[in-house]
Write a protein that binds this ligand. Structure first.
Ligand SMILES: NC(=O)c1ccc[n+]([C@@H]2O[C@H](COP(=O)([O-])OP(=O)(O)OC[C@H]3O[C@@H](n4cnc5c(N)ncnc54)[C@H](O)[C@@H]3O)[C@@H](O)[C@H]2O)c1
Length: 252
């Protein structure tokens, strides 16, 4: 049974993998047997995570990838495919930014920035990866959405729009890629990372947020990463077009 979760012989490209959820996913993929291309707009952060993986006996490379840059995405997809004989099994579109502001104060620039990184980046990186995705049932596109895209969040019209956009992209792409036997799903996490530091460090916000999490605690990014292993593995071969919250019950 354990073998259905194995990623041995597979390759994976993870965006925004220099920190937080992405770094945890890259390490979990390596632990499950995959060769991993660790990418991030922060090149040094990506290199540090790749070094951690290789230092513990895993196979990883890194590169700078701003997910909005189609040329960098094409190079990254090729590099990731080289890790596994020209095939890129798993693409994780995890890179993300936030720029919170109440709607009446939100600048058009911040709206475009957040849409561009999340929806635009997911589009750009997945399109670059497409030629390398295998058609043998092991191809996976795993996107990252949020409770903000499912139920909305005050002060995050840009982020909510972007994360809802990713859900629509995921469902439509799942239908298109099904004929290639490639699945496309999305995870909606909640975790203690740099992205949530401002909330966790603000007593009032932290208390309000915890009150909305039925399990009553923040997850470590490693707990979130296990779900990405599941979606990448043979265990999830018959699941596509789905959004799975991994958020302690925040969205029920
Ligand atoms: N942490 C949470 O509770 C939470 C909740 C819902 C959704 N998410 C989503 O999970 C994903 C990971 O977030 P995290 O919490 O690990 O955040 P994080 O801030 O710890 O990490 C985000 C990473 O993305 C990278 N990045 C930013 N812009 C980029 C770009 N243009 N190109 C490439 N990389 C870029 C950053 O350098 C960073 O390493 C994001 O998509 C985020 O929206 C997180």
């Amino acid at each position: 049974m354990a073998d259905v979760f194995s990623l041995a012989g597979r390759s994976a490209l993870v965006t925004g993998a220099g920190a937080g959820v992405g770094a945890a996913v890259a390490k979990a993929y390596s632990a499950a047997g995959a060769a991993v291309l660790v990418t991030d707009v922060d090149k040094d952060a990506a290199a540090a995570v790749a070094a951690e993986i290789t230092d513990t006996g895993g196979r990883a490379e890194s590169c700078a990838l701003d997910v909005r840059d189609a040329d960098q995405a094409a190079q990254a997809a090729e590099q990731a495919a080289r890790l596994a004989d020209g095939v890129l099994n798993v693409v994780v579109n995890n890179a993300g930014v936030i720029a919170p502001a109440m709607f009446h104060k939100m600048s058009p620039e911040s709206f475009q920035l957040v849409l561009g990184v999340h929806v635009g980046g997911t589009f750009t990186v997945t399109q670059a990866a497409l030629p390398y995705l295998p058609e043998d049932g092991t191809g996976r596109v795993i996107n990252v959405t949020s409770a903000a895209g499912l139920v909305g969040t005050i002060g995050q019209v840009n982020y909510g729009a972007a994360k809802a956009g990713i859900i629509g992209l995921t469902k439509s792409l799942a239908k298109e890629l099904a004929k290639r036997h490639v699945t496309c799903n999305a995870v909606a996490p909640l975790a203690a990372t740099a992205m949530t530091e401002n909330i966790r460090n603000n007593e009032k916000l932290a208390e309000m947020t915890l009150a909305r999490i039925p399990l009553g605690r923040w997850a470590d990014p490693d707990e979130i990463a296990a779900t990405f292993v599941f979606f990448a593995s043979d265990a999830a071969a018959y699941i596509t077009g789905q959004v799975l919250p991994v958020d302690g019950g925040t969205v029920i």
